[in-house]
Ligand binder design. Structure first.
Ligand code: MSP
Length: 485
């Protein structure tokens, strides 16, 4: 329409983390997908996009039931207690989730039953039932909550949990995965389901060349789970239950408008670790195809935090509790280290030595020192001026920031911000703004505006620090951001 303002179409994003097993206490391994999802959500909110950030806990299955028994309490009590621990730790890490789903929530349970009823009635193109009964004979790792084969074992043990698997012979219901494989392979090849990084897309496509078998959706001998709507002697397999959280939490079972808004009309981004790739990249989209729903838009796969090269986790007893670090060094120091030190797609060792080194050099040194110097200088001059000397550098920084951010290369995004910090340091060394001169007000004005930009760029990553910098810019009162250790 002539004269009317152009409509700016903003994006809409559903951003998810895996839901965490409640048998484990939260450790910094769990914070990897959660912090990534938090940064992404904050970034989109700042950009004015509609954002729904979903996280939660995975509470059914043998692993949780066994842990509750060991603790001498009922599974539900155990879940209530441990689910709360995740909420507390996310609060400590400044995680801005919009909704916390629990698989024992009645809302989730009802949605899962509804989904299973639909799948039970669904037939594939050849008229075959999608869900069919069968018998499973094989090995099961309770730690992984998955069926494994002899060739997955190392010295007879599950390589992730270093425990022998159980031999299982039971009646199960199966999902006819084979009916959806050609369609799924095409969606992944054509990036309709975009898998990042590229290497994980290749790994997923490689799975189609091996045998991808129909998978079991129920367990006969498990008692702690959602009863199948069409066979009360069976419980839903914990993974089939858990994956539905991504849609139950946004109203699949009880709020079709809300569900459509976020799922069908939003960009769906799942963030997950490499250990659960097959469930998310194959089983989950196949179930969605069977349900007649859209498949996820993006799946971002991250690597592991390790201790001496071993995946950090409860079963290996090598976990680092985020609370301990936050208490000593602050939230943003932990967020920074976890994001900066190890590229998101790779594995990397957590050590206190590396942590303190980064803290002192990048936070106390680089960022903290620059802000303190400039704010102190700002109190020494009467007026402030500015010229365009930083413009080119800031524009280039923003451009590189966006590019790396879009590909989840958060460590590189931080390097780019820190390059701007170094650029400011060099400018200070060159211009010596502590010396009285005609240019002094202009130099300090330029530095203040550069710091303002740095604080903006840091906002999704280090929200608390960013806010402190904005405050110091306003009050011109310098306070140490990261005291040296
Ligand atoms: N409950 C399932 C997920 C169901 S999603 C529908 C599960 N839970 S988990 O608690 O074991 O792991 C959750 C996430 O945390 C996974 O993405 C996993 O990769 C991640 N991490 C757990 N330990 C980790 C590290 N040591 N390092 C990085 N991430 C790790 O799997």
């Amino acid at each position: 329409m002539a004269g009317s303002k152009p409509q700016i179409k903003k994006g809409r994003y559903l951003i998810t983390t895996p839901i965490y097993y409640v048998n484990d206490k939260p450790h910094i391994g769990h914070s990897r997908p959660t912090i990534a999802a938090d940064i992404l959500s904050r970034f989109h909110r700042i950009a004015g996009d509609e954002t729904f950030f979903l996280t939660g806990t995975d509470e059914h299955g043998s692993k949780v039931a066994e842990a509750a028994e060991r603790a001498g309490i009922s599974p539900q009590e155990f879940c209530d207690k441990n689910s709360q621990r995740f909420k507390e730790v996310w609060e400590k890490l400044n995680i801005s989730y919009d909704y916390f789903v629990r698989t024992t929530d009645d809302r989730h349970v009802q949605a899962v039953r509804k989904i299973l009823e639909i799948l039970y009635k669904t037939k594939d193109e050849k008229g075959q039932n999608i869900i069919y009964p069968g018998e499973y004979t094989g090995l099961y790792c309770v730690g992984c909550e998955k069926f494994i084969t002899e060739k997955d074992l190392v010295n007879g043990l599950c390589p992730n949990h270093l425990k022998p698997p159980q031999r299982v012979v039971e009646k199960n219901y199966f999902f006819r995965l084979s009916s959806y494989l050609p369609q799924l392979e095409k969606l992944i090849t054509e990036d309709k389901i975009r898998i990042l990084p590229e290497e994980k897309k290749k790994e997923t496509l490689g799975l189609f060349k091996q045998e991808l078998e129909d998978f079991s959706i129920s367990r006969e001998k498990v008692t702690w789970g959602i009863t199948l709507p069409f066979d009360s002697t069976q419980k839903t397999y914990v993974w089939v239950d858990a994956l539905q959280n991504y849609i139950s939490a946004i109203g699949y079972g009880d709020n079709p408008d809300e569900f459509k808004k976020w799922w069908a009309e939003g960009e769906v981004i799942h963030i997950l670790g490499k250990d659960i790739l097959k469930f998310h990249n194959i089983y989950w989209p196949a179930m969605l195809l069977a349900l007649g729903e859209k498949t996820p838009d993006v799946l971002f796969i991250h690597g592991f935090f390790t201790v001496n090269g071993q995946k950090m986790g409860k079963s290996l007893g090598n976990v680092i509790n985020p609370n301990d670090i936050v208490k000593e060094y602050g939230i943003d120091a932990l967020r920074y280290f976890l994001l900066r030190e190890i590229p998101p797609t790779e594995d990397g060792d957590f050590t206190y030595e590396k942590f303190e080194k980064r803290y002192n050099s990048d936070l106390a040194g680089g960022l903290g020192n620059l802000v303190a110097r400039v704010i102190t200088l700002a109190t020494k001059v009467k007026g402030l001026k500015q010229n365009a000397i930083f413009e080119k550098e800031i524009n280039k920084t923003k451009e590189d920031y966006r590019k790396t951010f879009e590909e989840f290369r958060f460590n590189e995004t931080l390097i780019i911000i820190w390059n701007l910090i170094s650029f400011c340091d060099e400018y200070i060394e060159k211009e010596k703004p502590w010396q009285e001169s005609k240019k002094q007000e202009e130099i300090i004005g330029n530095l203040l505006s550069a710091i303002n930009e740095i604080a903006k760029l840091l906002e999704p990553f280090l929200p608390e620090t960013s806010e402190k910098i904005f405050n110091q810019l306003k009050t011109k009162k310098s306070e140490s951001l990261f005291p040296r250790i």
